[in-house]
Design a protein around this ligand. Structure first.
Ligand SMILES: Cc1cc2nc3c(=O)[nH]c(=O)nc-3n(C[C@H](O)[C@H](O)[C@H](O)COP(=O)(O)OP(=O)(O)OC[C@H]3O[C@@H](n4cnc5c(N)ncnc54)[C@H](O)[C@@H]3O)c2cc1C
Length: 327
């Protein structure tokens, strides 16, 4: 059995769940195990329904102690559940909450813990892969045999699974974890507050022109000029561009920046590190311009241009402007 732990906020599944479901299905194909989703929450029927629509069997644990994420309640619930169903692996998204409780859960289960994985290397015992050194190398890790493997998947590494249309409804059941949860925990989550957004809302842009470290700091004007060629366009950035102070933090796309899904994402001089890709993999059309044909961004781009962006972008701007004049 492979247990997939759903993450949800305000009654909706977290975006990474569609990817985690793809990941779980790929692992289930390798091992022959059954994939089961679990949704912890207080009246979690909405997210449970959403997860089932991705085509997997789902169980929901409904308890007021699970109303908001808290590592202690999650670990109590999941250890009780694991004692009952004895999963070979527990899959969690490598998000701020996922990486918070995954190692503690592994300790509680005396299992192994492999974090930020981006794929599966098939074999007699499937190993998990993770990209290191900015995506230039891949590390393979095997879980300890005979122990439950707690695995976190790096968002941005798998194609998200889409809702199954005309799907055969997956089984949905409720599980009572009251015995594990009716106790006093050392901490209590009071609530969450969303960060105040500035004027720039990358999330609403239809087109994002993103600047990476490959953009000459003196030539950021090229990125702005290119962005000005599109309606509803915003300028995005990779973390080094923000760290260097070339653009404010609200422009950052990725794991520690914003998650975006515009109609067009134009990545200029961005290498495609998994932490960046995590924030833009859901874009409808990804176009990348990079000097290095081996750059990881080309693994996710629908259209790749191997060129010096400082030569290519002026040509593109000229063509777009010529197009605007004739329309
Ligand atoms: C915990 C953690 C969280 C992180 N969160 C984020 C995040 O939210 N967002 C994020 O972006 N990163 C994040 N990072 C950093 C991430 O790992 C990468 O370091 C970063 O994304 C790399 O940015 P880059 O692609 O702009 O730079 P680089 O990796 O340096 O790539 C620059 C690219 O530009 C290309 N290039 C150079 N010159 C040219 C040229 N003239 N024309 C065309 N191409 C050219 C190069 O070939 C190269 O591929 C995080 C890292 C960690 C550890």
């Amino acid at each position: 059995m492979i247990l997939l732990v759903a993450e949800h906020h305000d009654g909706r599944l977290a975006p990474a769940m569609a990817e985690l479901t793809s990941f779980g299905a790929a692992l289930a194909d390798c091992t022959g195990d059954m994939l089961l989703g679990v949704v912890l929450g207080c009246s979690p029927q909405g997210p449970a329904e959403e997860l089932a629509r991705l085509g997997i069997d789902v169980i929901a644990a409904d308890h007021e102690a699970l109303a908001l994420y808290n590592p202690e309640t999650y670990i109590a619930a999941l250890t009780a559940l694991a004692a009952e169903i004895k999963p070979a692996s527990i899959l969690i998204a490598h998000t701020a909450t996922g990486w918070d409780y995954a190692p503690r859960l592994a300790v509680a289960l005396e299992g192994s813990c492999i974090t930020a994985v981006s794929g599966i290397a098939p074999g007699p015992v499937p190993a998990f892969t993770r990209r290191v050194l900015g995506g230039k190398m891949v590390l393979e890790s095997e879980p300890v045999p005979g122990k439950c493997a707690v695995v976190t998947m790096q968002p941005g590494s798998m194609r998200p699974r889409t809702t199954v249309t005309g799907y055969k409804p997956a089984a949905r059941a409720e599980i009572d974890l009251g015995t594990a949860l009716n106790q006093r925990f050392g901490s209590h989550t009071l609530g969450y507050r969303e960060a105040v957004r500035g004027e720039l809302d990358l999330g609403r842009a239809e087109v994002i022109v993103a600047a990476g470290r490959g953009v000459d700091p003196e030539r950021m004007d090229l990125i702005r000029e290119l962005a000005a060629c599109f309606h509803h366009c915003a300028v995005g950035a990779s973390r080094p561009v923000v760290d260097a102070g070339r653009l404010p933090l609200e422009h950052q796309v990725g794991q520690t920046g914003q998650t975006v899904a515009p109609r067009l994402y134009l990545a200029c001089g961005v290498s495609g590190a998994v932490q960046h890709v995590a924030g833009m993999i859901g874009s409808e059309l990804i176009v990348a311009v990079n000097l290095d044909r081996q750059a990881a961004i080309f693994d996710v781009a629908h259209l790749g241009i191997v060129a010096d962006l400082h030569e290519f972008i002026p040509l593109l701007i000229a063509r777009l402007r010529a197009g605007m004049e004739t329309t």
